[in-house]
Design a protein around this ligand. Structure first.
Ligand SMILES: Cc1cc2nc3c(=O)[nH]c(=O)nc-3n(C[C@H](O)[C@H](O)[C@H](O)COP(=O)(O)OP(=O)(O)OC[C@H]3O[C@@H](n4cnc5c(N)ncnc54)[C@H](O)[C@@H]3O)c2cc1C
Ligand SMILES: *[C@@H]1O[C@H](CO)[C@@H](O)[C@H](O)[C@H]1NC(C)=O
Ligand SMILES: *[C@@H]1O[C@H](CO)[C@@H](O)[C@H](O)[C@H]1NC(C)=O
Ligand SMILES: *[C@@H]1O[C@H](CO)[C@@H](O)[C@H](O)[C@H]1NC(C)=O
Ligand SMILES: *[C@@H]1O[C@H](CO)[C@@H](O)[C@H](O)[C@H]1NC(C)=O
Ligand SMILES: *[C@@H]1O[C@H](CO)[C@@H](O)[C@H](O)[C@H]1NC(C)=O
Ligand SMILES: *[C@@H]1O[C@H](CO)[C@@H](O)[C@H](O)[C@H]1NC(C)=O
Length: 476
C-alpha cells in the first residue's frame, strides 16, 4: 500500500507530466473517453464493440498483446503451411453468440472433428490401464441425468452469479465436491467425457465444487452433449477470425501491446497511464467509467491499487494454471489419443489423475505429425516445468513399453502457450460466508466494473451474455 504522502507526490508528478507532454507534443498522448476497457479477450473485446456500436460510447480498449482474442491460439507450421488451432476450439450456440457472428460478418460452420482411437495409460508409471469405457448409450443416459440434476441451478449461475442465492439458501449440491455429485446422481458413465472436456480445469474432483465444475462445463455445454444445442466455429475453421473482425469494428479504439502502468480511480472519473511495450509510447487516458476484463490476480491488479474491499474479495481467489503445447515425437501414435488415467481407473470411473497433470496427448490430424497436450497445475507452473512433465510422461510410456522406442529423434515442441492463471474459485466456506455476493458487490464500486472468467464462466458465449447484463446495469 502506498502511503498518502507518496500518493500525492505521485499525483503531482503525474499531473505535471500530463501538462508537459500534452503541451510539448512529445510521446505521451492524451485521450478522453466514456469507458476504458482493460483486456481484449473474449469479454473485453465483446464489451468494447457493444459500447461503441450499441451504446454509442467513446471507448478505448487496452490490450497487452498485439492482437485481440485472449486464449485463442494458432500455430502456422512454417514447413507445411498447415495451421493448427491449439487454444479455444469452438463457440457455443448460447445467448448472443450467433447474432454476434452475424454482426461481425463471420460465417459460422461446423467444427472439423478428427476421430481418434483412445488408449488408456498411466502417465506416471507409463503402464497401460485396463479401463473399460462406458457404453455410448450409458454415457448418453448419464448426460441426460446430469442435465436434469443441474437444471434447477441454471438461473443462479448463468450467465453470471447475479441471482446466486444468499448464504443459508445455497443448494447443497452446488457446494458438493464433484466426485460426490457424480456418486449422488449416479452419472459415472459421463465422468470420462467430462474429464476429457474440462481437462480438470476445475481441479481435482475430490475437492472441486460442483459449482466450479459447472463453470467449465456449464449447461449449454451439457446440452450440446445431449444433442440440444450446437457448437460452431468460423467456417474457415480459424477462431482468430472472430477477434480479427472485432479489431476491424473497433479500429483505432484499441491500444495494442499496451498495459496500464498506473491508475487513479475515482467514482466519477479515472486516469490511466498506459505504456506501449514496443514503441515506448504512452497514453494518458481520462475515462468516466472503467471495465476491467482481465483476471484479478495480484500481478494484474497492481497498477489499479485495490482498496481494502476489493483486496478482501480477490485475495480469497485460488487459481488453476493452464498450459497448452504442440509437439512432435516419433513414438506417439498417429490417429491416437492417449488418455491419462491412474491404475485404479480399472475399477472406478472416479479414479482420475490429480494436478499437476496432463489429461491426454491428441494427434491433430491434418496429415501432420503434431500432437496437442495440455498441462494443468493447481499452483504456479512454469513453461519449463510443464514441458518437463510432458517429456517425462512420454519417456515413462516408452520405458513401460506402452509406446514404441523412438529409434531416432525425440520430442520437439512446436508451439507453446502459457494461459496462466484462470478458473478463479472460492472455497465452499467462503461461498457460505457470502463471498459470491461480495464479489458482485464490487460492480460499480469506485466507478469500476468487472467482467471475465472470474465473474462468470470459462466459455466465450457465456461471457458475452454476461457482458449484456453488465452493460445494461451500467447504462440501463
Ligand atoms: C486452452 C483453452 C481452450 C479453451 N477452449 C474454449 C472453447 O473451445 N470455447 C470457449 O468458449 N472457451 C474456451 N476456453 C475458455 C475461454 O477462452 C475463456 O473463458 C475466455 O477467453 C475468458 O475470457 P476473459 O475475457 O475472461 O479473458 P481472456 O480471453 O483471457 O482475455 C484477457 C485479455 O486481457 C489481456 N491482458 C491480460 N492481462 C492484461 C493486462 N494487465 N493489461 C492489458 N491486457 C491484459 C490478455 O492478453 C487477453 O487478451 C478455452 C480456454 C483455454 C485456456
Ligand atoms: C513525457 O515526456 C517526457 C519528455 O519527452 C518523457 O521523458 C516522459 O517519459 C513522458 N511521460 C510519460 C508518462 O511518458
Ligand atoms: C505490437 O508489437 C509487435 C511486435 O511484437 C509489432 O509487430 C506490432 O506492429 C505492434 N502493434 C502495434 C499496433 O503497435
Ligand atoms: C481387463 O478388464 C476386463 C473387464 O473388467 C477383464 O475381463 C480382463 O480380464 C482385464 N484384463 C486384464 C489384463 O486385467
Ligand atoms: C433445449 O434447450 C432449451 C434451452 O436452451 C430448452 O428450452 C428446450 O426445451 C430444450 N429442448 C429439448 C428437446 O430438450
Ligand atoms: C490430407 O491428405 C489428403 C490426401 O492426400 C488430402 O485429400 C487432404 O486434403 C489433406 N488434408 C490436409 C488438411 O492437408
Ligand atoms: C494441488 O493439488 C494437490 C493434489 O490434489 C494437493 O496435494 C496440493 O495441496 C494442491 N496445491 C495447491 C496449491 O492447492
Amino acid at each position: 500500500m502506498r502511503s498518502l504522502s507518496q500518493l500525492s507526490a505521485f499525483c503531482l508528478a503525474a499531473a505535471s507530466l500530463v501538462a508537459a507532454n500534452s503541451s510539448g507534443g512529445s510521446a505521451c498522448r492524451t485521450r478522453n473517453v466514456d469507458v476504458a476497457v482493460v483486456g481484449g479477450g473474449a469479454s473485453g473485446a465483446y464489451a468494447a464493440v457493444r459500447l461503441k456500436e450499441d451504446y454509442k460510447k467513446k471507448v478505448v480498449l487496452i490490450e497487452k498483446e498485439k492482437r485481440l482474442g485472449g486464449h485463442v491460439a494458432e500455430y502456422n507450421d512454417p514447413v507445411t503451411g498447415i495451421r493448427f488451432e491449439y487454444g479455444v476450439s469452438q463457440f457455443n450456440d448460447y445467448g448472443p453468440a450467433r447474432a454476434f457472428f452475424q454482426r461481425l460478418g463471420v460465417t459460422p460452420g461446423a467444427p472439423r472433428r478428427n476421430p481418434l482411437t483412445q488408449q488408456f495409460v498411466d502417465f506416471k508409471s507409463g503402464a497401460r490401464v485396463n479401463y473399460t469405457a462406458a457404453a455410448a448409450a450409458d454415457t448418453a443416459a448419464a448426460f441426460q441425468k446430469f442435465l436434469a440434476a443441474v437444471a434447477p441451478f441454471e438461473e443462479y449461475i448463468l450467465p453470471g452469479y447475479w441471482d446466486f442465492p444468499p448464504p443459508g439458501r445455497i443448494p447443497a449440491d452446488l457446494l458438493l465436491p464433484f466426485s460426490q455429485f457424480v456418486k449422488k446422481y449416479d452419472i459415472y458413465a459421463a465422468a470420462l467425457t467430462i474429464f476429457e472436456v474440462t481437462g480438470f480445469g476445475a481441479g481435482d474432483w475430490d475437492h472441486a465444487l460442483t459449482l466450479y465444475l459447472l463453470s467449465t462445463f456449464p449447461h449449454p455445454m451439457i446440452r450440446a452433449f445431449v444433442g440440444n444445442g450446437t457448437l460452431f466455429v468460423p467456417e474457415t475453421q480459424r477462431n482468430q477470425d472472430v477477434y480479427d473482425a472485432i479489431q476491424v469494428h473497433l479500429k483505432d479504439e484499441v491500444l495494442y501491446n499496451s498495459t496500464v502502468e498506473k491508475s487513479d480511480r475515482k467514482p466519477n472519473g479515472h486516469t490511466l497511464w498506459v505504456r506501449d511495450s514496443f514503441g515506448g509510447g504512452c497514453t494518458i487516458i481520462q475515462a468516466k467509467k472503467l471495465i476491467l476484463a482481465i483476471e484479478p490476480t495480484p500481478a494484474n491488479m497492481k497498477p489499479f491499487e485495490l482498496d481494502a474491499k476489493e483486496q478482501g474479495v480477490f485475495s480469497k481467489f485460488k487459481y488453476m494454471v493452464v498450459h497448452v503445447g504442440l509437439l512432435t515425437h516419433p513414438s506417439l501414435p498417429l490417429g491416437g489419443s492417449l488418455v491419462n488415467l491412474p491404475p485404479a481407473a480399472a475399477n472406478s470411473y472416479l479414479a482420475l489423475p490429480k494436478p499437476t497433470l496432463i489429461p491426454r496427448f491428441d494427434h491433430l490430424g491434418l496429415n501432420a505429425t503434431v500432437f496437442r497436450s495440455m498441462v494443468i497445475g493447481n499452483g504456479s507452473l512454469s513453461v519449463a516445468q510443464a514441458q518437463g512433465q510432458v517429456t517425462s510422461s512420454i519417456n515413462a510410456l516408452i520405458a513401460a513399453g506402452s509406446l514404441p522406442s523412438p529409434g531416432s529423434g525425440g520430442i520437439q515442441f512446436k508451439a507453446w502457450s502459457n494461459h496462466g492463471y484462470m478458473h478463479a474459485h472460492f472455497s465452499a466456506d467462503d461461498i457460505r460466508k457470502g463471498y459470491i455476493q461480495k464479489l458482485y458487490g464490487l460492480q460499480g464500486h469506485r466507478g469500476t466494473w468487472w467482467t471475465g472468467g472470474a465473474f462468470s464462466m470459462q466459455l466465450q458465449a457465456v461471457l458475452w451474455a454476461f457482458d449484456d447484463v453488465l452493460l445494461d446495469r451500467m447504462y440501463g
